[in-house]
Design a protein around this ligand. Structure first.
Ligand SMILES: Cc1cc2nc3c(=O)[nH]c(=O)nc-3n(C[C@H](O)[C@H](O)[C@H](O)COP(=O)(O)OP(=O)(O)OC[C@H]3O[C@@H](n4cnc5c(N)ncnc54)[C@H](O)[C@@H]3O)c2cc1C
Length: 459
């Protein structure tokens, strides 16, 4: 237990009693995300949970809560909607889980963007934005279940990233409002390069209370599924569409043939005997995209408008939803997150080496993105898990052939690859969280001071 009775009592001066949850069911349910994608994390995190969940709706409540947790050295971990994959919200040291789901107002659509509280669901922004002639520039495949605060603090990119890059690409966020965990918590507004300090930092250096995000003009996207007899043809096609600047697109995902049968959302639209590429294309450019399919020896196996009445949602079969469908078939399946050499032939050669080495233990799943201005092939291959050593062997082999691995089998920020030792985030944490109470244990480079209930308490 990392909170005292006195602490629990003091919470009642901050939020209504109904916003303080201590029953085991709520603690267990709200302390967990999709960490179980990883057999390794599943072992590590199963018994970790918060001591109390506190639901806040205002910045004033969060300021008071952070003041209290600072005074008592109680850990505090932010929760958006709990769809992260690496145990990001799992409180390693117990304490408070700050549930931001109820802080969910869209404050304004302004200057082509949205200003929103952290708990707003991404699908709400997409739907309301579309009524204003706008849409999200990028979203995770969990658009219907994830929050904007959680996306900024724990996600990276997704559908739309082939056009606009990822969250980290300059200009995809305009401002963040963030509260620090100091003796007297400060409200900061981060803009431009300052945003990097808190972006994808797992809430280890501040609680985000407002996001100002630019949107894109609305397009009435068409979904296309195309089947190919060989992986090389499918791969070449993904690159051809990705590099065709004249074809407006929102998504290009390549699935090696055995994966296609796992994917319920595209049943009836994809041919499970073929390698399949899933696309979101503007209606204007659909004919050209179909010509490209034919030029690469493929066939269109299904199409439907996105948001059409009764339409499927092809993106539910892409990004990390692919892993979800695979795991539903066979729990021994898990995944990696890879970045291939940024050209068509180099990435294909790496994929061929991986197939030669691992065969069906390693199934290819590519996602095309435009990152820092360049087309790149990212991938979330489905892999069969046997032992931790074998998993490490796969990671080591990827790295030996020049494939970058963003390791999803760790809850440590730096080990996941995105921010390997990001000095900006570390020095920001020294300033904003001197007692190390924000999501402790997730940032390796930060030397953790003692917490309430941890072995040594100094004061
Ligand atoms: C099936 C599936 C598919 C996915 N696909 C994608 C994908 O395509 N792209 C992608 O990027 N991710 C993907 N993810 C991961 C995840 O869904 C997204 O990153 C999502 O945006 C996280 O939002 P959330 O509200 O669930 O965040 P949470 O899981 O609640 O939180 C994520 C992290 O952010 C921190 N956090 C949350 N809110 C705040 C706040 N207000 N202030 C400070 N810190 C905060 C939390 O402490 C945690 O560390 C996928 C996950 C699943 C299960």
């Amino acid at each position: 237990m990392s909170v005292s009775a006195e602490f629990l009592q003091a919470l009642q001066d901050i939020v209504p009693v109904g916003a303080i949850l201590t029953d085991f069911g709520s603690l267990e349910r709200l302390s967990k995300d999709y960490y179980w994608y990883s057999p390794w994390l599943k072992e590590q995190l199963a018994d970790k949970r918060a001591d109390v969940v506190v639901q806040c709706t205002t910045e004033a409540q969060i300021v008071a809560l952070l003041r209290l947790t600072y005074q008592h050295r109680v850990p505090i971990t932010a929760r958006g909607l709990g769809t992260g994959n690496y145990g990001q919200i799992v409180p390693l040291y117990g304490g408070v889980l700050l549930d931001l789901k109820p802080m969910n107002q869209i404050l304004a659509f302004s200057n082509g963007g949205v200003i929103a509280e952290p708990g707003v669901k991404l699908s709400t922004i997409e739907q309301e934005g579309r009524q204003q002639g706008l849409e999200l520039r990028m979203y995770p495949s969990t658009i219907g279940t994830a929050s904007i605060g959680g996306f900024v603090a724990g996600g990276s990119g997704g559908i739309g990233s082939i056009a606009h890059g990822v969250l980290r690409d300059r200009g995809n966020l305009r401002a963040l409002r963030l509260i620090t965990a100091e003796a007297e918590p400060q409200i900061l507004e981060l803009r431009g390069p300052e945003i990097d300090q808190a972006l994808h930092a797992y809430g280890t250096n501040g609680i985000i209370t407002q996001v100002d995000m630019p949107l894109a003009p609305r397009v009435d996207w068409q979904q296309l599924a195309a089947g190919f007899g060989s992986w090389q043809a499918a791969h070449d096609f993904t690159w051809a569409v990705a590099c065709a600047t004249g074809i407006q697109k929102r998504m290009i995902a390549g699935l090696e043939q055995p994966i296609v049968a796992y994917e319920k959302p595209i049943a009836g639209y994809a041919n499970p005997d073929l390698h399949t590429v899933l696309l979101l294309i503007s209606p204007t450019d659909l004919p050209e995209a179909k010509l490209l399919v034919a030029e690469h020896g493929g066939e269109v196996t299904g199409e439907a408008p996105l948001y059409g009445k009764g339409s499927p949602t092809f993106s539910d079969a892409t990004w990390n939803h692919t892993t979800l469908w695979a795991k539903k078939q066979d729990d021994a399946l898990t995944y990696l997150q890879c970045g291939f050499t940024a050209n068509r032939t180099g990435s294909l050669e790496q994929m061929q080496l991986l197939k030669t080495k691992f065969g069906d233990e390693f199934l290819l799943h590519s996602e095309m993105v435009r990152f820092q201005g360049n087309v790149q092939c990212w991938a979330l291959p489905i892999i069969r898990y046997s032992t931790r050593e074998r998993l490490q062997e796969m990671i080591d082999y990827c790295e030996s052939i020049g494939v970058f691995v963003y390791n999803p089998h760790t809850y440590i920020l730096e080990d996941g690859g995105h921010d390997a030792g990001n000095p900006v985030q570390l020095s920001f944490k020294h300033r904003t969280d001197p007692r190390g109470i924000l999501n402790p244990g997730k940032m390796r480079l930060f030397q953790q001071p003692d917490l309430y209930g941890s072995p040594v308490l100094v004061e």
